[in-house]
Ligand binder design. Sequence first.
Ligand code: SF4
Length: 341
Amino acid sequence: MAALAAEVPDGIRLKPSPTPYATFASQPAFRRRLLAWYDEHARDLPWRSTRDPYRVWLSEIMLQQTRVAAVIAHYHEFLRRFSTVRKLAAAREASVLAAWSGLGYYRRARMLHAAAKVIVRQHDGKFPSTAESLQTLPGIGRYTAAAIASIAFGKPLAVVDGNVERVLQRLSGKRLAGEILWNMAGELLAKSRPGDFNQAMMELGATVCTPRTPTCLTCPVIKLCATRGELTANSKPEPQRKREIHYELICRNHEVFLTQRGRDASLMPGMWELPELTSPKNTGDPALTLRHSITVTNYTVYVWRVAAPSRAIGKWTSVERLKHTALTGLARKILRTAGII
Ligand code: SF4
């Protein structure tokens, strides 16, 4: 594997670095090439046309653990319902969770709501502009604080997420980790355009320097890269598990019977769903069968129409109210497949 200090094919000689990792810090070519590529090829995503910290924050939280394609529609709908941080702070939690429904990882929505309240109460509705003060808000860690500070406020702070980590490791040819990665990202940062630079690094990781098959021939920094795809992910994907799950679908007069997950449930606490059947029915056929995947588990979901709930704890919800109810993603999927919403 080539060392970074080696001469690269276009004649650019990378400087030997005094740090434990090689660095491009003295190579403006890297920043220039990356930003020129980003200016031309960046995907046209709705949160890229704004510097409003509320919108930048919302997009960053939604994009954690969720694909861009899934986020776009939710981003617009969420902003339609809560167009400002004040409106979000004043909303009921159930309304916030309902707007989040389908994105999963509902703790993010609760933290977003809690942080909005802090911004309104303690900061008069104005976003803190430094990474330090942003990190005092619920649900905002080092990465998110640096992303908001650089994109919305132009602060010269680098970010490291999974995409940036992979790009830096391949560029350097080293399995860098922790503080060394943050330092390297900080040295590379284009301080004149920190928000664009950070987004360009993440965009490169998401669209070109992808985990398994980087398309190095289209990479704007291939001539500055030590590995050119050699350092691809070598860990095997986690095996998918299979599970069957059974639910009751109970309807009467334009109402559906729902149960609420416990407030202390580890997954989706407080969300509403169809009653789960602990043992499958052994007569007849299910009304619906569908597939649902959560992380490494593939569920086969059987939905049984029954006349009355097998347990009393729950509530009848009108079909009209369902769209304002904090349903789990799977409950929403079942109700859509059944033609109820
Ligand atoms: Fe990633 Fe290939 Fe570009 Fe190197 S040349 S940064 S491995 S896409």
